[in-house]
Write a protein that binds this ligand. Structure first.
Ligand SMILES: Cc1ncc(COP(=O)(O)O)c(C=O)c1O
Length: 430
């Protein structure tokens, strides 16, 4: 989380914003960095992972980091060193997790439409394959069985349940709400007996877990616990029939994007553990799949102010060199990120509509109170999750640079690719 030192009144233009103990203005001035650039505080991510582990109070657990939130190598390696496993959603993420040192036994694989090639990677990864392919439909169980048979191996699976929550029961955007009947995710509860039958009929499948994931940026525990209750109820039905090792209640723990967040990840874990105990399942490993809550607050997106535009009726736009291609969340989910100037400027503030250079009206980071006087750069806060991992090269734009901080210094930089890469790519079809 960036911190701001009080501006020195004797030097009204002093740079004040820091992340991980490093001044952001110093980072932006590094010739390898420039803008737009993501900056991540790996120490902050590791501290949050350790705090989450501690919230299990020594009970058997697996924190499977949802790599889709931020799949940068240094981030995944740091979280692996902090004891996290991984929740992956593609073959590429699976390969990356293993290359970053995560044991196959600590990897679960979610996703509604895994290809045969991806299933093969999961079944063959490690001596027993990965911990669990999270089957999201009865049809997928049959496909995993067929691939395991072809490979002459046994695949460990878990069933991702669709807990059929009311679509309005989670206080989150409809695009990141996954636990209702109309969502493509998870096995409908009415199909659980068929799923059990398919798993027990196969000699190539071992059902080791039950899971659910109801959505992202969840800011109250009720919906999450309603889903956990479903997982635990089905686990009680399954345990006499299958060698269950874990129950997993998913990720989704919300973070504070500036308007406050009344719950912490530890609140979700504490309440879930109590429920697990009530169901007599506390001998099973309790899994969770946090993405955003481990990385979101520890990243910022730095951008340069390209120009200002003042229209009639006091309309003001601040045009920056980061756009919706770099940080898609505002365009995709109407998400709001705080935008702050990197350099402290004296004098009055005005409302500015902060927008990017992409030719789309939705390339808009919203209205922000910012200095009236000119300043050079902004930081878009809490951009460590679903930022770079969703970035694209739309409009012929280069992917942003990425900077990794540890121990109060830059430890790695992934530089921005030259725009000629994009041009060559467009010309490469023969
Ligand atoms: C199956 C699954 N698990 C975990 C997550 C991580 O969610 P979050 O980043 O909100 O913790 C997601 C993301 O939506 C997901 O689809």
């Amino acid at each position: 989380m960036p911190t701001s030192r009080r501006p020195d009144p004797a030097r009204p233009s002093v740079d004040v914003l820091e992340l991980g103990g490093v001044r952001l203005a110093e980072i932006v001035a590094d010739p390898r960095v420039g803008t737009p650039s993501y900056v991540y505080d790996l120490d902050g991510m590791v501290a949050d992972a350790k705090a989450l582990h501690a919230s299990f109070e020594g009970a058997p657990h697996l924190v499977s980091y949802a790599m889709k939130a931020n799949s940068a190598g240094p981030v995944v390696r740091a979280l692996a060193e902090a004891g996290c496993g991984a929740d992956v959603v593609s073959g590429a993420e699976l390969v990356l997790a293993m290359r970053c040192g995560i044991a196959p036994d600590a990897i679960v694989y979610s996703g509604v439409a895994k290809t045969d090639e991806e299933l093969d990677l999961a079944i063959a990864g490690g001596p027993e394959g990965i911990l669990a392919i999270q089957a999201e439909s009865v049809e997928e169980i049959a496909r995993v069985d067929a691939r395991a048979r072809t490979l002459g191996r046994t695949a460990r699976i878990s069933l991702r349940l669709n807990p059929a929550l009311d679509a309005d029961s989670l206080d989150t955007h409809r695009h990141i709400n996954t636990g209702h009947d109309d969502a493509k995710f998870g096995i409908p509860l009415a199909s659980v007996p068929t799923a059990f039958a398919a798993a027990s009929a196969s000699r190539n499948l071992t059902l080791v877990g039950l899971t659910a994931h109801v959505g992202s940026q969840v800011t109250a525990t009720d919906g999450y616990l309603a889903s956990a209750r479903v997982v635990f109820r089905v686990a009680r039905e399954a345990r006499g029939r299958f060698p269950l090792r874990f129950v997993d209640t998913g990720g989704g723990f919300g973070i504070d994007y500036g308007a406050g967040c009344p719950v912490t990840p530890a609140d979700f874990i504490r309440a879930t553990r109590a429920l697990q105990k009530e169901h007599g399942l506390d001998d099973l490993v309790l899994g969770c799949e946090p993405g955003r809550s481990l990385v979101g607050a520890h990243g910022v997106l730095l951008a340069k102010v390209i120009q200002r535009k003042v229209g009639d009726a006091d309309r003001r736009w601040l045009m920056i060199d980061a756009g919706m291609n770099d940080l898609m969340r505002p365009a995709l989910y109407q998400a709001r990120h705080r935008v702050v100037p990197l350099e402290a400027a004296a004098g009055e503030s005005l409302m500015w509509k902060v927008v990017g250079p992409v030719c789309e009206s939705s390339d808009d980071f919203g209205p922000h109170e910012l200095p009236a006087a000119a300043f050079g750069h902004v930081a878009i806060l809490d951009a460590g999750a679903y930022g770079y991992s969703m970035a694209s090269r739309y409009n012929g734009r280069a992917l942003p640079a990425e900077v990794f901080l540890r121990g109060g210094q830059i430890v790695a930089v992934k530089e921005r690719r030259p725009i000629t890469d994009w041009v060559e790519d467009q010309l490469s079809a023969r």
